[in-house]
Design a protein around this ligand. Structure first.
Ligand code: ADP
Ligand code: MG
Length: 160
């Protein structure tokens, strides 16, 4: 069973509003799986979530470090935002999977509650790990204009 909502947004500001709403519902240990094509807005949504959680640093797509860890300050229950991007965007925009070990990702996911973290994963389509924790599945699709998006948010009800 999943709780499902669909949001049609017109621009980045409305994505920011949605991210702030979502951030208020997050609990430590939550996993957020983002799917959508290149340029859909996965990183942008992650940055807005970071802002809402009090992350001061700019969240960028992990490159050399592979996994980004950011200190969050707004909600005392959530002290860290962990950002994983399963694809690296290379020159000419070609995508390459990051050399991340699946067991390592599994460890990060399984340790998220203990770490008081929320884990955001871009390109969740590629994820091969199991989620024991509460998981949000967020899909971003193109909308009717360049800046519009259709976003579905599904929350696994059994894990609430
Ligand atoms: P992804 O991580 O999915 O590849 P990015 O977040 O890196 O996508 O890029 C999305 C691009 O689209 C950014 O340049 C962003 O400014 C732009 N954009 C325009 N409108 C929106 C919107 N409503 N939501 C998200 N991004 C938008
Ligand atoms: Mg991205």
């Amino acid at each position: 069973m999943a709780l499902l909502s669909t949001h049609t947004i017109q621009n980045r500001e409305e994505l920011s509003d949605l991210a702030f709403d979502l951030a208020m519902q997050l609990q430590s240990g939550d996993i957020i799986l983002l799917s959508g094509e290149l340029g859909a807005g996965k990183t942008t949504l992650t940055q807005f979530l970071g802002k809402a959680l009090g992350v001061k640093d700019l969240i960028t797509s992990p490159t050399y470090t592979l996994i980004g860890e950011y200190q969050a300050t707004v909600n005392p229950d959530i002290t860290t935002l962990i950002h994983i991007d399963l694809y690296r965007t290379g020159e000419q925009g070609n995508l390459q999977p990051l050399p991340l070990n699946n067991d390592y990702i599994q460890e990060v996911l399984d340790g998220s509650t203990e770490q008081r973290a929320v884990v955001v994963i871009e390109w969740a389509e590629l994820l091969n790990a199991k989620q024991k924790n509460r998981t949000w599945n967020i899909a971003i699709k193109p909308g009717a204009s360049e800046d519009a998006r259709v976003i579905t948010v599904a929350l696994d009800k059994e894990k609430i």
